[in-house]
Design a protein around this ligand. Structure first.
Ligand code: HEM
Length: 483
């Protein structure tokens, strides 16, 4: 019995000494930083449904602002499309993601995009951005920009004469449909060098189907949106192959021919190792340019026309600016670079349209390594969503945020840096931002010079069908009158 008591007391003493030693002398454990607050929601679907519904109604900013407030944090976690995701907002987050860009993050493409653009399996996304910037900067060189403006101006004029003035529907037109046809025709001319209207129309129909598949669920079964998009993509590739072969033959005959369109540039370019670009890559690049360009600019022009009609006070101011430019042009007929620079009020108005109704509501990225933001730990592999709208509609940065007020963008930089970012920012900023500015302003100048319009559906809503871009639900039907 004594022996038992002794061994019991010894064991107890060892446990107590061990505990005391650990408590007083052991190395303090490293504090593991916490992942951002939030919830992963339901298994697998997470908060996807709430997110997609808000994306569709153009209310992602509300989805984000609600959670930002609830968690008292500019970054929160969720689960979308089966992925763990950190959602960021605010100018500091914009700056962080744009400037840390190529080190911490990589562009994230949903499965549907990867399948519709086969070169994504062998071309790193960052390579795309650099190439795109080089190609577009060609158009904006001082010796080429006047030619670009002149093409945009004459194409706008012809389009408005043929499709708006010459419409067969009692002067009623669907603005979005017509503008989209115009920006598509212009993009095809600038990027592929094609200007025959029957060829353009054929490509246009296929591109519309192809584009719808970009954010569709990637189920490739007959009848699905994705199946139709894959089929349209294959047909487009066949047609592009013929165009590329014809262009190569022309270049062989005449190696010094001007490389005025993107396709001719891509065919003749060699990389650092002297290799030419593969056809698959070339086609994906051109498709990416066309898709990045025509819908975004068409949407912006349509929304601007809608807001202009709703805001007569600003309409008058913009007409004064545009009329003055027309007066100063005489006897010159075509717009030039200096005229575009003078359209300051018009561009401020467009900026306020983009702040109120961001054409692109936000961007996706993927974390390439673990990182810390505002003391929160974001693990490698998590997806990132940066909400533009949540910042652009925040009263802290834009007082009275629901008020439409273009003067926010006038004067000397009153807008706080990294708060209004319709084109993104940093090294992955939209390479077409200046191209878009010129195109939108040239078209608006022409439309304002020739027409006035009345909305046929004044209460028409703006939605984001297929979760992509903002579009008035009926395409903004208007009754036109000529000036
Ligand atoms: C109002 C019109 C436009 C808006 C609001 C817009 C906005 C954007 C945004 C937000 C991005 C994503 C940037 C990122 O991931 O950080 C982007 C990418 C892109 N945009 Fe635009 N864009 C417009 C017009 C254009 C035009 C006219 C072109 C072509 C000339 C173009 C070509 C592209 C391309 C190729 C990309 C992908 C770049 C990459 O792979 O990194 N965009 N755009």
């Amino acid at each position: 019995m004594d022996l038992f008591l002794l061994s019991f007391a010894t064991t107890l003493a060892i446990i107590i000494i061990n505990f005391l030693f650990k408590y007083f002398f052991a190395k303090p454990k490293e504090k593991i930083p916490l992942v951002p607050p939030g919830t992963f929601g339901w298994p697998i679907i997470g908060e996807t449904i709430q997110f997609l519904v808000s994306l569709h109604y153009g209310l992602v900013h509300e989805f984000v602002q609600e959670r930002t407030k609830k968690y008292n944090s500019n970054v929160f976690k969720t689960s979308l499309l089966g992925q763990k995701m950190a959602i960021f907002s605010g100018p500091a987050a914009n700056k962080f993601i744009f400037t840390k860009g190529n080190k911490l993050f990589i562009g994230w493409r949903p499965n549907s995009v990867q399948k519709l653009f086969p070169s994504t399996s062998f071309v790193p996304i960052e390579h795309d951005t650099k190439r795109a910037q080089n190609v577009i900067s060609y158009f904006l060189k001082s010796q080429n920009v006047e030619r670009l403006i002149s093409t945009m101006d004459s194409m706008s004029h012809i389009h408005l004469e043929n499709h708006w003035k010459g419409n067969n529907n009692n002067n009623e037109v669907i603005v979005y449909d017509l503008v989209k046809l115009f920006t598509f025709s212009l993009s095809v001319r600038a990027f592929i060098g094609i200007d025959e209207s029957d060829k353009i129309l054929n490509l246009y129909e296929k591109f519309k189907i192809f584009t719808r598949g970009l954010l569709a669920v990637d189920i490739n079964l007959p009848g699905t949106t994705f199946y139709k998009a894959m089929k349209a993509g294959n047909e487009l590739r066949k047609e592009m192959k013929v165009i590329i072969e014809e262009r190569r033959a022309e270049l062989l005959k005449n190696p010094d021919m001007p490389k005025v369109d993107v396709l001719t540039q891509l065919i003749s370019e060699q990389d650092e190792d002297g290799k030419y670009m593969t056809e698959v890559e070339m086609m994906d690049k051109v498709f990416g340019f066309i898709i990045g360009s025509y819908d975004t600019t068409a949407t912006t022009i349509t929304l601007t026309m809608k807001y202009l009609k709703q805001k007569p006070h600003f309409f008058t101011q913009i007409m004064e600016e545009q009329n003055e430019i027309s007066r100063q042009m005489i006897p010159r007929k075509e717009l030039c670079w200096d005229d575009i620079q003078k359209m300051r009020k018009t561009w401020s108005f467009v900026n306020e349209v983009l702040r109120n109704t961001p054409v692109v509501q936000g961007i996706f990225r993927e974390a390439m390594e673990d990182f810390t933001y505002e003391d929160f730990h974001i693990p490698k592999g998590w997806k990132i969503y940066l909400s533009f709208g949540a910042t652009q509609k925040n009263g802290e940065y834009f007082p009275n945020p629901t008020k439409f007020d273009p003067s926010r963008f006038e004067g000397n930089g009153e807008v706080i840096p990294y708060t209004s970012v319709p084109f993104g920012g940093g090294h992955r900023m939209c390479p077409g931002n200046e191209f878009a500015r010129i195109l939108i302003l040239v078209f608006l100048h022409n439309v304002l010079k020739k027409f006035r319009w009345e909305a046929k559906v004044p209460s028409e809503k703006i939605l984001y069908p297929f979760f992509l871009l903002a579009i008035p639900t009926d395409g903004y039907p208007v009754a036109l009158s000529t000036v």
